[in-house]
Design a protein around this ligand. Structure first.
Ligand SMILES: Nc1ncnc2c1ncn2[C@@H]1O[C@H](COP(=O)(O)OP(=O)(O)OP(=O)(O)O)[C@@H](O)[C@H]1O
Length: 306
């Protein structure tokens, strides 16, 4: 079977607001079946880019294709395929959560019976079933955020664009959001999510696109950013015993993070050193590989752009 073309391809996107050049040439590819994270400092242009992809803002230059359609030439075709969750969205306070979702189901022309089924399913998914008949204004910020996620899924879109969806969510809701997005990607959807919470994205995303100062600063697979580690942190009941043993084995160590950090040649060397330490009577309590974090990569990539 031929490989499916990417859900979103953007090349050289530019957009100015008066004298502010918000986007100076952003490139982005978002494949189906994966979660792509859009990461960048405040003012980098993430929201501007998402608005363009969501057909809500026109770009000045460059080319964009969303689900095979041009958002400027054919916004209706794009809107039918995307689910959009802005970073702040108005909710119609006097409507109940059920009515709120029904309003959007109507906008997407879902037949009434299908809409009722879909809304019940979505309220269950975002744990708001018990608020079905409550007006939206009684919902907490996090609950409104979850309602926003449900709203973006009403018409079962194949592409999801989410601007900072985790902000305002408590830890449990964040984990649930992560699992939900991973599940949608596993079912074939293309998910593009912007966020500042890097630790969380590293568990949620397959790919990351760094944007800084209106340009793409890097586009990577997450597993490429965390290559086989060569540094480990070792801790022992008695740190002096550990230091002595390392020195006796000729291993250079530096004290850091409440333990000793060492550089080794790979997993086999690490396993050998651990065995030697234990045989030598050192009571090792932790032997931790120090991978490169998403945060390290982000700081490297944006270093000269501050
Ligand atoms: N409607 C607008 N009018 C004028 N300037 C704007 C407008 N929208 C965005 N900008 C400017 O464009 C730049 C990019 O803004 P954007 O909101 O896209 O960044 P962001 O990466 O989403 O930031 P944040 O992480 O803080 O949400 C900023 O300098 C911002 O001030």
């Amino acid at each position: 079977m031929p490989e499916r073309p990417p859900a979103i391809v953007a090349r050289g996107i530019q957009r100015a607001f008066g004298r502010v050049q918000a986007l100076r040439g952003v490139d982005l590819t978002v494949p189906y079946g994966e979660v792509t994270a859009l990461v960048g400092p405040n003012g980098a242009g993430k929201t501007t880019l998402l608005l363009i992809l969501a057909t809500l803002l026109m770009h000045d230059d460059g080319g964009v294709s969303v689900a095979g359609h041009d958002p400027v030439e054919d916004p209706g075709a794009v809107r039918a395929k995307i689910g959009w969750m802005p970073d702040s969205f108005g909710v119609y306070d006097q409507l109940t959560t059920d009515e709120y979702l029904t309003f959007f189901a109507d906008a997407y022309r879902l037949p009434a019976a299908a809409a009722a089924r879909r809304i019940a399913e979505l309220l269950e998914l975002v744990h708001l079933t018990e608020y079905r008949h409550q007006p939206v204004h009684v919902l907490s910020r996090g609950q409104k955020q979850r309602l926003g996620v449900a709203r973006s899924l009403v018409h079962e879109p194949e592409i999801l664009l989410l601007d900072e969806p985790a902000s305002g969510l408590d830890p449990r809701s964040r984990v649930e959001l992560r699992d939900l997005l991973r599940g949608l990607a596993a079912d074939g959807a293309a998910v593009l999510v912007s966020s500042h919470i890097l630790a969380e994205l590293s568990e949620m995303a397959d790919r990351v696109v760094f944007v800084a100062d209106g340009v793409t600063a890097g586009e990577h697979r997450l597993d490429e950013l965390t290559p086989a580690t060569h540094r480990w942190r070792i801790q022992a009941r008695d740190p002096d015993d550990l230091a002595e043993a390392l020195s006796a084995f000729g291993v250079t160590a530096t004290e850091a993070g409440g333990g000793h950090e060492v550089e080794l040649d790979g997993d086999d060397a690490a396993a050998d050193l651990l065995a030697d330490l234990v045989t030598d009577g050192v009571r090792v309590t932790a032997f931790t590989p120090l991978g490169r974090t998403l945060e390290d990569a982000y700081l490297d990539l944006t270093d000269d752009r501050r």
